[in-house]
Design a protein around this ligand. Structure first.
Ligand SMILES: NC(=O)C1=CN([C@@H]2O[C@H](COP(=O)(O)OP(=O)(O)OC[C@H]3O[C@@H](n4cnc5c(N)ncnc54)[C@H](O)[C@@H]3O)[C@@H](O)[C@H]2O)C=CC1
Ligand SMILES: O=C(O)C(=O)Cc1ccc(O)cc1
Length: 371
């Protein structure tokens, strides 16, 4: 259905723009990918890594030669680019999509400003990480993740199908929603948790003035729950500005939630506290695994290992002997006399499964997943 030789412009060559480019190239090697980014550094890196075929001199120059446009910048910039596209005067049909984490403002702006011969489909791949920049791009980033599409009111079906076809190499599960539904759901499972993570980091930072050891002890659970606070601040600033009303609702509900557990602590209500944690555990344990489409950020394997210095090289040696690549390895808990926990991250679930078997067979250490 897609024209094999068409030209696609990707504007914003970061983690997501780069990953989209790679997944298109994987499926359609003959399509030409033109890239544009305000950062020369990102454009040079994207060209050197072969993520784009050619770097455009300007957004307009890239637009001039493309029929399909992917906007992959922070969402405030996405709106500005839509405005540039609306004023471009290009007469032929253009299909435009974005990858932003918010949808209402973007889609409504597109509906209001774009001429009728341009087709706009809002998009949001529900996968990523706290890393930014094209260097972190991966062709499998969106594998098995949900990819939400929010077509504009007058977008035709052919354009939606054309886009899904173009993005086939993502191996994501496409799901259509209204922009309103999208922004409500993401406010609770993504935007608000980000605020909580950042606020916990601030709390620890303030505490450090009084207890300098805080930093050294901030490991394990604290690092896990605050990982996303290491994301790109410009991206998150824009998300909060775009989804203000839904996020304000979440603040309101969350303050009530915090008051509820604070009261259990205040009243030393053992039963209340137990049920609070038990109910949360039950709901959390019942969440679908990433395979079925929850946000797949990492494929981590935890290994119970004896706490001695040679253990990392022992494990990496076993994995290397079976050609299993790892992206990260770290001891996340070590105390004398007890086992440490080694966290090994992999690029794919398949690598993680192979590693699990390899470690069991060759080293006989216990392994587990924490997702
Ligand atoms: N990071 C994540 O996990 C996810 C991010 N998103 C969304 O994807 C979009 C991009 O995010 P990332 O790739 O993570 O960020 P990133 O920081 O890795 O890349 C964004 C790129 O946009 C460029 N840029 C900024 N303004 C520009 C402009 N006016 N013209 C051209 N380029 C411009 C930046 O120089 C940067 O290279 C955001 O809208 C974000 O909300 C969606 C899903 C997941
Ligand atoms: O790193 C993570 O776990 C994420 O949640 C990444 C992410 C960030 C923004 C999105 O809109 C979607 C996914």
């Amino acid at each position: 259905m897609n024209d094999a030789n068409e030209t696609i412009l990707i504007a914003g060559l970061g983690l997501i723009g780069g990953s989209i480019a790679l997944s298109i190239k994987k499926e359609y090697p003959h399509k030409k990918i033109v890239g544009y980014d305000v950062s020369k550094e990102q454009m040079v890196a994207a060209t050197k890594l072969g993520i784009i075929d050619v770097a455009a001199d300007s957004f307009m120059a890239g637009l001039d030669e493309s029929s399909m446009i992917v906007l992959a910048t922070p969402v405030q910039q996405t709106v500005k680019m839509l405005s540039d596209i609306a004023e471009s005067g290009i007469k032929r049909e253009l299909t435009i999509t974005d990858v932003g984490s918010t949808k209402q403002k973007v889609v409504h702006f597109a509906e209001k400003t774009l001429p009728k011969h341009y087709q706009f489909i809002g998009g949001h791949p529900m996968a990523g990480s706290h890393k930014s920049g094209v260097i972190a791009a991966k062709d499998f980033l969106f594998e098995n993740a949900f990819y939400i599409l929010t077509p504009a009111k007058e977008t035709n079906r052919q354009a939606v199908d054309r886009l899904k076809d173009l993005l086939k190499g993502t191996n994501a599960h496409f799901i259509e929603m209204t922009p309103e539904e999208h922004d409500a759901v993401t406010s609770v499972i993504s935007h608000f948790p980000h605020i909580v993570a950042a606020s916990l980091v601030h709390q620890a930072h303030h505490f450090e003035e009084q207890f300098p050891l805080v930093k050294r002890f901030a490991a394990g659970g604290f690092r896990d729950i605050t990982r996303i606070a290491s994301s790109n601040p410009a991206m998150w600033r824009d998300i909060l500005l775009h989804n203000k009303h839904k996020i304000l609702d979440r603040f309101h509900e969350w303050k009530k939630e915090i008051d509820r557990i604070e009261a259990f602590v205040q009243q030393e209500d053992a039963e209340g506290l137990f049920s609070y944690f038990q109910d949360a555990k039950k709901y959390r344990d019942g969440l679908p695994l990433r395979k079925k489409g929850a946000i797949p950020a990492f494929y981590d394997l935890y290994v119970d290992v004896p706490d001695h210095p040679g253990v990392i090289s022992e494990i990496t040696g076993h994995l290397a002997s079976e050609n299993i690549s790892i992206t990260n390895i770290r001891i996340i808990e070590t105390r004398e006399d007890i086992n440490g926990i080694l966290r090994i991250s992999f690029q794919t679930d398949d690598d993680r499964k192979r590693a699990e078997i390899c470690i069991k067979n060759r080293a006989n250490y216990d392994t587990f997943y924490a997702d």
